[in-house]
Design a binder for this molecule. Sequence first.
Ligand code: PHE
Length: 357
Amino acid sequence: MNPDTVMPDVEALVTEATNAIAEATTTEEIRSVGAAVTGKKSPLAEASRALGQMDPEDRKVLGQRLGEARGVVEAALESRRDELRYAELAAEMAASRLDLTEYVPGSVPGPMARGHLSLVTQTRDSLEDVFVGMGFEVAEGPEIETDWYNFGALNIPPAHPARGMWDTFYLHLGEPESTLLRTHTSPVQIHLMEQAVLNGTLPIHAVMPGRCYRRDTPDARHLAVFHQIEGLVVDRGITFADLAGTIETFTRAYFGPDIHSRLRPAFFPFTEPSAEFEVTCAICRGEGCRTCSQTGWIELGGCGMVDPAVFASVGIDADEWTGFAFGFGIDRCAQMRHQIADMRALIENDVRFLRQF
Ligand code: PHE
C-alpha cells in the first residue's frame, strides 16, 4: 500500500483535539471529550492502527509523531480537567458556605471593615520563615504544663533558686503533679526530645513558637502574657560555634545589617555554658534610651549548649549527642523591628496603633 494514502495529518489531529478540549466547560464534558480524542475510536487510535500496514521507515517516523501528538493531547486534557474540577469545587464550596458572622443590618455604620493579623502573629510568621529557610522545622507544645516539663526535666528541681525567676500561675498544686501556665517555651524541647527518642528520629532541628506567662508587671519591655520562639538542635558534633553562628545569621536575616547581636555569659539550669542574647536597640540605634534602660542593647533571650542533665532526663546519650538551645521573645522582636517604644501598645487595642501594621 502506498504510505502517502494513509499518512494522516498529525498536526490537524492535534489542533482538532485541543480545540475540543478547550471548549469543554464541565468535568462531565471533559470526560466524553477525553474518550473521543484519546479513546479506542479516536482519530489518533485509528492512525496508530494504520501503522501496521506501512513500511518500516514510514512506520518509524509516523509512530514517533503520533507518540508526541498523544503526549500533547493528554497534557491538554489533564490541565483542562484540573481547571474544571477546581472551578466546580470552588463553586460548590461557595454555594454551601455557612455565614457565621452575626451581622444585624443597621447596627454597623457602613460596610463592615475587614481586620488583619495582629502584629505579633505577623512577626511569628516571619520568624518561622527565617528559621525554615535555615533548615529548621516548626513544632508546638501545650501552654498548660506540668511541673516536670516546665521545671524538673529542665534541671530545675523544686527548691532551686531559679524557680524564683520563673515563678508562675499554678492551675493545680500538688499530687500527682502541679499544673501551671508555662513560663517559657523550653518545655517543648523536652516534648520533642521525648518523641524523638520514642520514635528513633534523632537528630532534631526545630523551632517552637508559642505563648508564655509570667508574673511580671508590664512595662516598656515586659508583658505578663507574651510569646517566645524556642530553638533546639540535637545532633552529632554540635558545638557552641554552631549556636553563635545560628544566632548571628538569624539576627542579620531578620533585623538587617545594622543590627548586631552579642552573647553575654549567663546562667540557665538547662544549658551549660549559657549566654544571654542581645541585639542593638533599634529605638536609639545603640545610643541609649528609655526602652533599653540607657544600655544601647535589648535582651532578646537566652541560649546555650543543652545540659547533659537534660539529656539524661529524656534518655539521650550525651556521649553520642550534643546540642544547643535558644529562646527569645517574639513580642520583643516585633518591638525592635518596628521601633515600638512601649510594648504595652501591643495589647492596648488602640486601632490607630494596630492599623499601622
Ligand atoms: N527559657 C529561657 C527563658 O525563658 C531562655 C532559654 C532558652 C535559655 C533556651 C537557654 C536555652 O528565659
